[in-house]
Design a protein around this ligand. Structure first.
Ligand SMILES: NC(=O)c1ccc[n+]([C@@H]2O[C@H](COP(=O)([O-])OP(=O)(O)OC[C@H]3O[C@@H](n4cnc5c(N)ncnc54)[C@H](OP(=O)(O)O)[C@@H]3O)[C@@H](O)[C@H]2O)c1
Length: 385
């Protein structure tokens, strides 16, 4: 029996993880759950899974829930609580499904306790891959990818020599605006951007998918997971999302992993690795595979992807700045303060202002907060193009 604590159990990945835990109840026991402030969903999850600890980020909601849960489960509150609950009961694995920079410290805390991480929160590796990698080695913890593209690559690499890998190909659906003329981008609405053609996900990752920043962040994630430079990580537009990613080897062979668009698949693989479990989910049929197409991304239409490649090339604290500026820009778009097309302008503007420094934890935290402040100033004051 493996014990699992879930950071962000009330979100899209969190809920899928609990569905997996329910299906594999003889192999997985949920010992920790957490939310930002979605108490109603958390309460139902506590009733169903009886975890020993839960955490609530929101102080007020957390204190009330603590009173309600007295004698039922231990409630941790606030940012410190989010870091602590996941390691409080000695979980075998922590699944991190938080959004954004908030995922970094809890990941580090769990690794420092020697706990394996199933990582959905790609932003952790984007901002601090340079810290996470040595930390994993120091504490003997493993990092198992949950992002479907990285899980695909991870699966393609089983039994292969790392030195035989020539190139990674991350597939991208292209998002809802793949076929939209660039002239129409200025009028994109929040509802249109949230309407992803293939995946149902949380809001932030859905907007990132529409700008293709998500794919840029995934290039960073692949860089840190598989130790390859950005120029050996290509993005391939594949609207059907059947091929989840591919690896080209030194002999020219290409391995791909295919499957239905169901996040439970990479979640099960990460949680039960190295076992391949018998799932009851959807199966790939000939109907899914009748037409599989591949194309290069249009960088003029989706500048965020190139901006992300550039930040990876610069290195140091630049990726933390990329991530922070993007988080602020996406928030601003979602609350109606800016247009969809303003997102890349804000991110590139903040990056242009930044002089990169070595990626120590202190420098990253500093770069993150500076970038947030500057991005907010741009949102508030600059007439946007
Ligand atoms: N969704 C997918 O299919 C998918 C696929 C691949 C990768 N990912 C990655 O997985 C991560 C999670 O995505 P998601 O779509 O599951 O997001 P989501 O639906 O927005 O869920 C995020 C979860 O984290 C909690 N949370 C948010 N901000 C927090 C903070 N500052 N501190 C503590 N808890 C916080 C949320 O609580 P509330 O419920 O109270 O908001 C929720 O439980 C992202 O990094 C995303 O890029 C997602």
């Amino acid at each position: 029996m493996k014990t699992v604590a879930i950071l962000g159990s009330t979100g899209s990945i969190g809920v899928n993880t609990l569905a997996v835990a329910e299906q594999f109840r003889d192999e997985l026991r949920v010992v920790g759950l957490s939310t930002n402030k979605n108490i109603d969903v958390l309460r139902q999850q506590v009733r169903k899974f009886s975890p020993s600890s839960v955490a609530v980020l929101d102080e007020r909601a957390g204190r009330e829930f603590e009173r309600e849960m007295r004698g039922i489960t231990r409630v941790f509150v606030g940012p410190q609580g989010i870091e602590e609950f996941a390691v409080a009961d000695g979980a075998d694995i922590v699944l991190n499904a938080l959004v954004g920079f908030a995922g970094l410290r809890p990941t580090m805390r769990a690794i420092e306790c020697g706990i394996d991480i199933a990582l959905a929160n790609k932003e952790t590796l984007v901002v601090a891959g340079a810290i996470i990698r040595p930390l994993l080695a120091k504490h003997g913890a493993r990092l198992l990818p949950v992002d479907s593209e990285h899980s695909a690559i991870f699966q393609c690499l089983v039994g292969e020599e790392p030195s035989s890998v020539r190139r990674l190909m991350l597939t991208a659906s292209g998002g809802p605006f793949r076929l939209l003329s660039v002239d129409a981008f200025g009028a994109i609405t929040i509802e249109q951007a949230l309407n992803h053609p293939n995946w149902k996900m949380g809001k932030k990752v859905t907007i990132d998918s529409a700008t293709l920043m998500n794919k840029g962040l995934e290039v960073h994630e692949a860089h840190w997971l598989f130790d390859l430079p950005g120029k050996r990580i290509d993005v391939v537009v594949h609207p059907q999302s059947v091929v989840h990613s591919m690896v080209e080897f030194s002999d020219g062979s290409v391995k791909a992993q295919l499957g239905v668009t169901d996040m439970k698949l990479p979640i099960v693989y990460a949680l039960l690795y190295p076992k391949r479990a018998a799932t009851t989910g959807g199966r790939l049929t000939i109907d899914h595979m009748r037409e599989l197409t591949f194309d290069v991304p249009d960088l003029a239409k989706f500048p965020c992807l190139q901006i992300a490649y550039d930040a990876l090339e610069i290195g140091g604290t630049a990726p933390a700045v990329l991530n922070a500026a993007n988080e602020i820009a996406v928030d601003a778009f979602l609350n109606g303060s800016i247009r969809f097309v303003d997102i890349p302008h804000i991110v590139s503007g903040v990056l242009a202002d930044h002089s990169t420094s070595v990626a120590t934890f202190e420098n990253i935290v500093h770069a993150d907060s500076d970038a947030r402040r500057i991005a907010m100033e741009i949102v508030a004051t600059r007439p946007l193009v």
